[in-house]
Ligand binder design. Structure first.
Ligand code: NAD
Length: 483
């Protein structure tokens, strides 16, 4: 068992202020794999003070952009050789199948680091505009200050890199709060940060629960909160930031739709929906768990989806052939099984899966990949984020109805359309209200493209140049003409 008795504050490993610890438990074996020192609010104060000093007096925000870019490239180079180890760490702490961990959890953040570095190099940091009254206007992009970054357990490194690197490139300092389920990958990154020789105080990492998160959100020394998590928590974070007029970015929940048009090939569609709906064992904010299927070919598409879901290798996440691993925690297993019961009580048709454990499994927080058909848009399983391997098929009559159903939840994060006719697919993509959408692909979080939600899925954008701009404010300097 790994013991982590130090905290990472201001770029250094220091003794915690308290004596409490928490355990990291393997979702596959239910055994304790690590014991980690629990930070207190005193530690948050220290981390914010270090970040404040790094921002207010340190070199980082004042460095030429090229030097911040070079530091990020150093970090990316240090990250690369450790990828295999990192994939194992993430798979062991939150249960992701190792094949998905290698790609989605580990490789993509590395591409993101290099992509962000390139974007920062090409961003217009200062721009001159002719003023309306004849004066010269200089518009400068300046860092927002100290950032509190809060991430969930489901894609811990991916979401961390999506906040940390743009914030650093912008010139900010960062206090990162990972979830208590996933401290180990965050501490792996902490080690890299020390080796990348960033200035003192710039980054602190305090894995902890909700209370520490709330304290960080309300801390007067923090200028911006960048939050990823559930919509329920996001509402509280937004309210706390509103009270202090603190800047806030919110990446929240989803209940996205995969719209299958009547010309889609059933087998190819089902393969695509596997990724779109069930990646990371269904624990993805962008998961397209409502599959909207035309009544004209309903049985054919349901059969293709049933064959896909029933055939998914489910079990030991360290087995490279596993497609669906355990869920992160027992509470998540209970929650997902609860939704399967709700679906049955609501009258949806259970096509495959259910509440019993997958064959051959006697421990671990597994749920069988499950498919419901004949789901009505008003049912709870069609409205609420389940966050597990459960898909619902909803029939529709024409494209207008498909779009109405796709939009008929409080969320608007992602979605996809499956069709032989890309132009027809683009027509659907343009009409659905969501922040992202894929045509014949599960929406991939491309570092070049802004990512985020509309409606209850969030406020603001990460990734792309918009992701860096989220950590910048525009300052206008007006120089009087002729003086
Ligand atoms: P959660 O909201 O319970 O927790 C997320 C993080 O916020 C954790 O670090 C938690 O400790 C912290 N937290 C919780 N309440 C807080 C509060 N009041 N103040 C400050 N911090 C608080 O969510 P979860 O169950 O860990 O993660 C799953 C959720 O995250 C899902 O709803 C999923 O859709 C969402 N998510 C969204 C995105 C996105 O980019 N839109 C990405 C991944 C996950």
């Amino acid at each position: 068992m790994q013991v982590q008795d130090r905290l990472f504050i201001g770029g250094e490993w220091v003794a915690p202020s308290g004596t409490d610890t928490f355990d990291v438990v393997s979702p596959a074996t239910e055994e304790v794999i690590a014991r980690v020192a629990e930070p207190t609010t005193v530690d948050v104060d220290k981390a914010v003070a270090a970040a404040r000093a790094a921002f207010d007096e340190g070199p980082w925000p004042r460095l030429p952009v090229a030097e911040r870019v070079a530091a990020v490239r150093r970090l990316a180079a240090l990250y690369k050789p450790g990828r295999g180890e990192l994939a194992k760490i993430i798979s062991s702490e939150m249960g992701a199948p190792i094949s998905f961990a290698k790609l989605g959890h580990v490789a993509i953040p590395m591409f993101m680091m290099n992509a962000f570095a390139g974007i920062a190099e090409n961003l217009e940091w200062e721009e001159r505009r002719p003023g309306f009254y004849g004066q010269d206007i200089l518009v400068r992009k300046e860092p927002v200050g100290v950032v509190g970054a809060i991430v969930p357990w489901n894609m811990p490194m991916h979401l961390t890199i999506g906040k940390l690197i743009p914030a650093l490139l912008a010139g900010c300092s960062v206090v990162l709060k990972p979830s208590p389920e996933t401290p180990l990958d965050a501490y792996w990154l902490a080690d890299l940060l020390t080796r990348a020789e960033l200035p003192a105080g710039l980054v602190s990492i305090l894995p902890a629960g909700r209370e520490v998160g709330e304290y960080l959100v309300s801390h007067p020394g923090v200028d911006k909160i960048s939050f990823t998590g559930s919509t329920a928590a996001g509402r509280k974070v937004a309210a706390a930031c509103g009270a202090n007029l603190k800047r806030v970015g919110l990446e929240l929940g989803g209940k996205s739709a995969a719209v299958v048009l009547d010309d889609a090939d059933p087998a190819a569609m089902a393969k695509g929906v596997q990724v779109a709906g069930l990646m990371n064992s269904g624990q993805a904010c962008v998961a397209q768990t409502r599959v909207l299927v035309p009544r004209s070919r309903y049985a054919e598409y349901v059969d293709a989806l049933a064959a896909m879901v029933a055939g998914l290798p489910t079990g030991d996440p360290s087995d490279p052939s596993t497609e669906v691993g355990p869920l992160v925690a027992q509470r998540q297993q209970d929650r997902v099984r609860g939704y399967i019961e709700i679906g049955q009580k609501e009258g949806a048709r259970l096509v495959t899966g259910g509440t019993d454990l997958p064959a051959g499994v006697d421990r671990g927080w597994y749920v069988r990949p499950t498919l419901f058909a004949d789901v009505e848009p008003s049912m709870r399983i069609a409205q609420e984020e389940i966050f597990g391997p459960v898909l619902s098929v909803l029939p529709y009559t024409d494209e207008a109805e498909a779009i109405r159903i796709a939009d008929a939840t409080e969320y608007g994060l992602s979605g996809s359309v499956w069709t032989a006719d890309v132009e027809r697919g683009l027509g659907v993509a343009r009409r659905v209200r969501s922040g992202t959408f894929g045509v014949n692909e599960a929406y991939s979080m491309d570092p070049a493209a802004p990512f985020g939600g509309v409606k209850a899925s969030g406020i603001g954008r990460e990734l792309g140049k918009e992701g860096i701009e989220g950590f910048l404010d525009s300052k206008s300097i007006s120089v009087a003409a002729g003086r």
